[in-house]
Design a protein. Structure first.
Ligand code: AMP
Ligand code: MG
Length: 355
């Protein structure tokens, strides 16, 4: 069991972003820390300090980005260093970050025998328990959980793309009604910020009421057929179910830090507040801050993913999961991209401004 200890830079940064979190959340929660086995990009030898060999594999290495090699410094001392090797795009930000992470955790001043104990002590100082030190190959995130969300909404080809309905000026107006988009798929993946594994899924379809009949265009785009939304709960009922799920998952506990993650700002800046305003429903506070994955990606990789998930998957050499514009599949792609960036040392921060 990992022990909670203050995070290395806890509390620093912008107040709404917070610092790196201690883990598990305090007061201690019963968390499933039995997960320790081989996982995505992880096998004995992957940055697992006691098992490092020469040259060692690493998750980043497996992406063709860098590998860790034992090198000799000027005085002949043996130490470990990350070397950029692959052709994959890897921003200077991530490389320097990886060097920093590896530097603080892996570089041994001299001599191999000391290596494990030094590493373990340094990791403990960074908020890792000893058992976690050998298992988690990337630095701690600022959140205990990431809540990956991707709405699908009613749409039609000749209508204005919902991304154009930005701002609140038209919300609740006849314009909004005429072009009303209604949420029809509401998926959330709960991603553990320590392992970046999916721990729980919320997934419901929603009955549209303004335009209850889905257009052929909408079905073709999203893969959602009429039978999948007919008889489903209303948005109000689904929001109540979300709240129950959040409570069940411990996400309403003030000691548990979580944040929504979306691909773009549309879901939580335009779609949900717009429809809630139209229906006279309150928007829960937890929906009022989020991470825009496109912004995070562009910060990490140094280029804007114009085509969203497709570009991000391509830039990270990832296979696209499932069907584009299926809400639940889009969420899985977001989670996979996040995991990949986290394994490369990227620390996610809130990108939305406080409401
Ligand atoms: P996405 O998250 O990119 O799958 O898109 C969310 C919603 O935006 C979809 O459910 C549609 O309502 C709308 N949308 C996305 N792409 C288009 C498009 N090319 N034309 C019209 N509406 C779209
Ligand atoms: Mg989608």
């Amino acid at each position: 069991m990992a022990t909670a200890s203050p995070a290395a830079d806890g509390g620093r940064g912008r107040p709404w972003e917070g610092g790196l979190v201690s883990w598990p959340p305090a007061p201690p929660l019963t968390l499933p820390w039995t997960w320790m086995g081989p996982s995505w990009g992880q096998h004995p030898g992957h940055w697992g300090f006691p098992a490092l060999t020469e040259p060692s594999a690493s998750p980043a290495g497996s992406l063709g980005i860098f590998e860790v090699r034992r090198v000799l410094d000027a005085s002949g001392c043996s130490m470990l260093a990350p070397l950029q090797t692959g052709a994959a795009r890897f921003s200077s930000y991530l490389l320097s970050r990886a060097r920093k992470v590896l530097g603080s955790h892996l570089f041994s001043p001299c001599g191999v025998p000391e290596f494990c104990s030094i590493s373990t002590r340094k990791l403990a100082a960074h908020g890792f328990g000893a058992s976690m030190a050998a298992m988690v190959p990337f630095p701690p995130q600022r959140y205990h959980y990431f809540l990956v969300l991707d709405f699908e909404a009613t749409c039609d080809k000749p209508q204005i793309h919902p991304q154009l309905l930005i701002g609140s000026s038209c919300l609740g107006s006849r314009t909004w009604f005429r072009h009303a988009r209604e949420i029809i798929e509401f998926p959330i993946l709960k991603l553990n910020g320590r392992t970046m594994e999916i721990e729980s899924t919320f997934h419901m379809y929603v009955q549209p009421v303004v335009h209850p009949q889905l257009t052929p265009f909408c079905t073709e785009l999203t893969g959602i057929i009429q039978a999948m939304v007919d008889g489903q709960p209303s948005l109000q009922q689904v929001l109540e179910r979300v709240d129950e799920w959040m409570a069940k998952e411990g996400l309403l506990d003030p000691n548990v830090k979580s944040i929504f993650v979306t691909c773009g700002d549309w879901d939580l800046k335009v779609m949900l507040p717009g429809q809630c305003q139209y229906l006279g429903l309150p928007v829960a506070d937890y929906f009022k801050q989020w991470i825009n994955l496109k912004k995070a990606y562009s910060f990490a990789m140094g280029c804007w993913p114009k085509n969203g998930l497709l570009d991000m998957n391509k830039g990270l050499s990832l296979q696209h999961i499932g069907r584009p514009h299926s809400g639940i599949d889009d969420c899985k792609n977001i989670a996979n991209i996040m995991k990949t960036l986290a394994y490369q040392g990227f620390i996610f921060k809130q990108t939305s401004k406080p409401f």
